[in-house]
Design a protein around this ligand. Structure first.
Ligand SMILES: NC(=O)c1ccc[n+]([C@@H]2O[C@H](COP(=O)([O-])OP(=O)(O)OC[C@H]3O[C@@H](n4cnc5c(N)ncnc54)[C@H](OP(=O)(O)O)[C@@H]3O)[C@@H](O)[C@H]2O)c1
Length: 409
């Protein structure tokens, strides 16, 4: 009979929404994990602002789980753990998107595992799928709905709520923080897309290099017209190979009904991976929540315990491309007078913007022109819009929103 194995000691930094749920989940699953792994995981120490000592927790654990959030002291604690040769698990997307390379490099040098499934898309197991199942697949493009708060708000707006009403509802149902700025400005999604880009393409991407735009300025009538054109609105992150480089961005985006992300509604997340070899794979599931996120964190712990994870791969830097082609929705409020449409189409034509569909409506004294373009370089459309905005007959600032056509590689 084999000797009983010692427990697997987990040091826990942070005991908030996710940390407390993680401790509870681990206690409930410890026996089952011991049954297939031989070692029983247990929490050997907990650090919050009011309890625990970091050095003691570090010395007494086999693996450190960081669920505090923020940059410091999370960064220093993780680096100290890695330097001490301990495997680490974190859910901290802000830290990974700003100091990921430093942490990856240290973990690689020291030969320890750094797992972060819960940092991207909540419970959706996209990190492991990219690192393991699709490790032999040359990925061309990732699209993600990676922020559940904004997806919930947009779903409510599609049902007729204003932005302010939808945000208030998200806050009262616990889907949005009291200060929702990181979510609604697109910064939270940008952090996750930086991490996904690093995973998919091997190239280090800092949060500051991701172009992002939020949902705070969207108007209800954009959604109404889009519905007539057969489009649904999401906050979509995109990381893709372009012109030998890499483009990473987050924008409010219209999707045609057939796109796999078009049906993702409420506080859910989803990621679509595209590659010539696999066509397209979509994964979706709950985007946040203590108990849900705790599942992803415990999955990482078990993966380290069973030896299933490797230290991070070295980087493979690609140039960041910022001017890419996209189809666009273009919204113009114009005077109802002869020659307006001709003036608009002339300017668009001069910048190689061709129109795929158009809706025109009278608004009393004026008219509203809503168009969807064929793919055009962002810079080309931006110049055309600048020129259109200068016409006397254009009554308010033109509005543009990206459109993803259902087109797989
Ligand atoms: N909440 C979610 O649904 C979700 C989903 C995915 C990922 N995440 C990520 O998970 C991490 C934790 O999120 P959370 O929602 O659980 O946060 P939270 O509820 O605010 O909890 C944070 C915990 O960390 C502790 N802490 C913070 N700063 C500390 C410091 N300087 N020293 C010691 N302890 C400190 C806090 O201690 P006190 O109790 O003393 O204040 C608290 O226990 C974040 O990186 C977040 O981005 C969260």
């Amino acid at each position: 009979m084999s000797a009983e194995q010692p427990p697997f000691r987990v040091g826990l930094l942070g005991h908030g929404t996710v940390g407390a749920a993680f401790e509870e989940l681990l206690a409930g699953r410890a026996e089952e994990i011991e049954r297939f792994n031989g070692r029983r995981p247990m929490i050997s120490g907990v650090l919050t602002r009011s309890q625990g000592d970091f050095e003691e927790i570090l010395a007494g654990c086999d693996l450190l789980v960081e669920l505090m959030g923020g940059l410091e002291p999370a960064r220093s604690y993780l680096l100290a753990a890695i330097a001490a040769g301990k495997d680490v698990v974190t859910a901290n997307k802000q830290l990974l998107s700003q100091h990921g390379e430093e942490l990856f490099e240290s973990a690689r040098e020291r030969g320890v595992r750094l797992r972060f499934e819960a940092a991207v898309a909540g419970v959706v197991p996209v990190v492991r799928v990219l690192e393991e199942s699709l490790s032999a697949t040359p990925i061309e493009r990732i699209h993600g709905i990676v922020n559940g708060t904004t997806n919930y708000i947009l779903s409510e707006m599609e049902k007729g709520s204003t932005y302010a009403e939808a945000l208030a509802e998200a806050q009262s149902r616990g889907f949005a923080e009291a200060d929702p700025s990181d979510d609604v400005t697109g910064r939270d999604a940008a952090a996750k897309m930086a991490i996904l880009a690093r995973l998919s393409f091997g190239s280090p991407v800092h949060l500051d290099e991701v172009r992002y735009e939020g949902i705070e300025h969207l108007q209800l009538d954009d959604l109404e017209y889009a519905r007539e054109l057969g489009l649904g609105l999401k906050l979509v992150g995109t990381a893709e190979r372009r012109d030998g480089g890499l483009s990473v961005s987050v924008h409010p985006t219209f999707l045609y009904a057939g796109h796999p992300l078009a049906s993702i509604s409420g506080p859910f997340n989803a990621v679509t991976v595209e590659s010539g070899g696999i066509t397209e794979i979509t994964m979706s599931g709950p985007g946040a929540g203590g108990p849900q996120t705790a599942n992803a964190v415990l999955g990482d712990v078990v993966s380290v315990m069973t030896g299933g994870a490797r230290p991070p791969a070295p980087p493979l830097p690609l140039t960041l491309v910022t001017d890419v082609q996209s189809a666009f929705y273009l919204h113009l409020d114009v005077a109802d007078q002869p020659g307006v449409l001709a003036g608009v189409t002339k300017v668009l034509g001069e910048h190689d913007v061709s129109i795929r569909s158009v809706v025109q409506r009278g608004t009393g004294e004026g008219a509203r022109l809503v168009m969807v373009t064929h793919p055009v370089l962002e810079s080309g459309l931006a110049h055309a819009v600048e020129q259109l905005a200068a016409f006397d007959f254009v009554r308010s600032a033109p509005r543009t929103i990206r459109v993803i056509e259902e087109e797989f590689l």
